[in-house]
Design a protein around this ligand. Sequence first.
Ligand code: MN
Length: 197
Amino acid sequence: MTITLPDLPYGKDALAPHISSKTLDFHYGKHHSAYVANLNKLIEGTALSSDTIEDIIRKTVNDAGKVGIFNNAAQVWNHTFYWQSMKPNGGGLPTGKIAEKIDADFKGYDKFIEQLKNAGLTQFGSGWAWLVLKNNKLEIMKTSNADTPIAHGIKPLLTVDVWEHAYYLDYQNGRGNYIDAFINNLVNWEFVNSNFV
Ligand code: MN
């Protein structure tokens, strides 16, 4: 199958002023789109060309000869998950079942936010910060470059992209300000709850 670029779940200006339409023009329209195009070129005519994106990621994660395929496939998947992790007028206190689980596993929302922000800030260079479910317990995780929890059998619930291309146009080197805006104004708790089943 051909891997396709999924639609953004909202308009390009819907996350402003926290994430501008200009950032989404580049981040979705150029970066995410290029990962899809590169992946299709790399898998064309190979045994991977009939696989789902998840299967491509799992089959290439530890294969030194398929690093390019893994990187592009994981970036396609991570970005699709990241767009869904946000919504206009989101953020703030969690709702639903995940709220109780955060209280139980992190000893409160403030501790959860502190750990998520710290993971995003301390990811050296490009990567991602995640809320994941591991052995039925919530954890914060960070991954480098394209790496993704699903390549390691870990269930992601929420992600924030901390590659510079995610925030540089809006926040320049202020990665912490971008993460604050994500936490306070953008997190889609309904999406997090839908992953927490
Ligand atoms: Mn990105």
